[in-house]
Design a protein around this ligand. Sequence first.
Ligand SMILES: [Zn+2]
Length: 234
Amino acid sequence: MMTNDAAIIARRSGAMLVGLLAAILLAPSSGEAGQQYRAKRMKRVRALVLVDLQNDFMPGGALAVTRGNEVVRVANRLMPHFDAVYASKDWHPANHSSFVEQGGPWPVHCVQNTKGAAFHPALKTKWIKTVVYKGTDPAKDAYSAFEGTDLIQQVVRDKVTGLYFMGLATEYCDKATAMDAQNLKLKKQFGFNVHLLTEGCRAVNVNPGDGQRAIEEMRDSGIIIVDNAAALGL
Ligand SMILES: [Zn+2]
């Protein structure tokens, strides 16, 4: 049994609850509060992903990409323009299955804790928020920086609205990484856009035109190909 006072308090609390709910529901769509709410949701968060800017992929390295070193200054110029910078490293154990002597396609490269696996010495690493390590399982190769890493968790945690990729090499790890981002279910859920910054990419071109074909494939999948980052204010 409720006393009269208790019943009045219960009714008042009920009314307050209804009022509070109404305020919460109405706030996003009404007046100044609504505009602030929308502005907050629409805040642009741009993140740069540097793919494999390591010595072994630079001229003179074990798996050199022609003119690969040129993209280091592009990375250095771009990094200060972004809200977050992530970098991947190819990071193999010495007996990795992608190496020729294990029956794989590539010469020994980017062995963990070697000079070949280190970033190019001119790369301004102070701008890099986190480094993710791929290809660490001896039995499996990983071209994509999302494969076996927590990169997507970081992208979600940082509320990224635009992802921008560059690095080495265009038709291998750049393509695999950008395509993964483009295809991720999370992309739909969180609605980030995927861009490739071509001035920051160089191709291996085992077959002439491989790099250009990879770019066309990325464009066809809906990735935004940016040839002139300066035009975006980058
Ligand atoms: Zn590798």
